[in-house]
Design a binder for this molecule. Structure first.
Ligand SMILES: *Cc1c(COP(=O)(O)O)cnc(C)c1O
Length: 421
């Protein structure tokens, strides 16, 4: 059973000021969850979460996470710029990018961010571009399949990221000879995992690697970055991760592998995106049409531009009809947006209560990789983002796009000077 964090009465108030569709975020949920994560890893002195900015690049939400002690994980110029503007600096910023342009390395180094190299050849590239800093991370890719028991979780051998083990060992030797004093190891092996085993398994792989690399290179490994990948239960019958259990699992691996090898002072970092925010955001949309042809369609005022995951991955997002939370789900609908693309469907053959035009739908778990993946296909404009604060009041944290915004990139020429707004 999934219940929205907002009621029909609240939405009826909100829409007076913010017309649908909009993304709504729950400050209370965000803060409680961030505190739980911190507690789960409180056994590790240097623990820190670096929120993956790409998941939800909103300065107001980053500010909340900053107040909860998080840093930012950036992988582009604008993410670095946003972090800088919010007062994240030096070790508050992790720069985990790939196929990195020169100017982004320059910016990251200027900010004093931790730089996480994605490839062996980037050692030379970074040196030429802006010089090698004293502290550096390298991203590891073990290749093959990443298995949990007999289940394959993901296929790193097919992923574009990271160094092979041989490259990582060679790379650490070279970096050491170039004056690097502090090393970090990073790896991201599976996405949206809903098992308490993922982080502990990954930790074991990385801790064993760290011991081996230290033996072979003499590098002083100070940080292990478990990156993102802890998922959330998008479906109502899925059981969520227990972050306390996950913390205990990583601690066990830490005590079994790092401590006996004299590496008990290693700091653990995470770069979670989805786990930090996805459940604490939802897309609120209104039913504007109903269509009966070979199937029953519910047409809403949001579309894939506001939430792309169902259209591109067939991802499940739970839907609640506000005010009908307890009604029987005995109608089968496709819930669709207005794009001229047949994959613009938030749900296909979904059992829901009987829906009427004017009903408000809550599309759950859009707090990460939701608004952020938006685009402007069909000339559709991006929605507003609204924060439901702890005291129950609402704050606009991003206005909706306007036609002026849409046409702004032609403002240097007069071809569209006669557009009427
Ligand atoms: C996307 C990404 C993350 C966050 O992933 P989630 O699945 O949202 O936890 C973390 N680190 C890197 C390098 C990423 O690319």
């Amino acid at each position: 059973m999934k219940t929205p964090f907002v009621t029909l009465e609240q939405v009826e108030e909100l829409v007076k000021e913010y017309p649908t569709p909009f993304h709504l975020y729950d400050e209370k949920g965000i803060r409680e969850n961030a505190r739980k994560l911190k507690e789960a890893f409180s056994w590790n002195k240097g623990f820190r979460e670096y929120f993956a900015v790409k998941a939800t690049p909103n300065p107001f939400l980053l500010k909340i996470l900053q107040e909860e002690g998080c840093g930012t994980d950036c992988s582009s110029m604008t993410e670095l710029m946003m972090s800088e503007a919010l007062g994240f600096q030096n070790k508050d910023i992790m720069f985990s990018s790939n196929v990195t342009p020169e100017e982004e390395y320059v910016k990251a180094k200027e900010l004093g961010a931790f730089i996480n190299l994605d490839d062996f050849t980037h050692i030379e590239f970074l040196e030429r571009t802006c010089g090698i800093p004293e502290t550096i991370f390298c991203r590891y890719n073990p290749g093959g399949f990443f298995k949990l028991g007999t289940d394959i979780m993901d296929n790193p051998g097919d992923a574009k990221y990271g160094f092979t083990k041989e490259q990582l060992i060679e790379g650490f030797k070279i970096l050491k000879s170039k004056g690097v004093k502090n090393f970090g190891i990073h790896s991201f092996l599976a996405s949206n995992t809903v098992t308490n085993e993922y982080y502990p398994m990954l930790a074991k792989v990385l801790f064993e690697l760290a011991v081996e690399v230290k033996e072979k290179t003499g590098a002083d490994i100070k940080y292990i970055n478990l990156s993102g990948g802890v998922g959330i239960p998008y479906k109502p019958d899925q059981e969520g991760n227990d972050i306390m259990e996950i913390g205990i699992g990583v601690k066990k691996a830490f005590e079994e592998i790092l401590v006996p090898n004299g590496m008990g002072d290693v700091s653990i970092f995470t770069e979670l995106g989805r786990f930090m925010l996805a459940p604490y955001g939802c897309l609120v949309t209104k039913v504007i049409h109903q269509k009966h042809i070979y199937k029953e369609y519910i047409g809403v005022d949001a579309c894939a531009v506001n939430l792309m995951r169902p259209a591109i991955y067939g991802a499940y997002h739970h839907i609640s009809v506000l005010g009908k939370e307890d009604a029987a789900c005995d109608f089968k609908y496709d819930v669709t947006g207005s794009l001229c693309e047949n994959n613009d469907k938030f749900a296909i053959d979904r059992m829901l209560p009987k829906i009427n035009i004017g009903d408000y739908l809550v599309i759950h778990d859009t707090g990460a990789h939701g608004f952020a993946m938006g685009y402007n296909y069909n000339g559709k404009l991006k929605s507003a983002e609204v924060l439901l604060k702890e005291d129950g009041s609402a704050q606009l944290i991003r206005r909706k796009e306007t036609p002026e915004d849409y046409f702004a990139t032609f403002d240097f020429c007069d071809i569209l000077k006669d557009v009427k707004y």
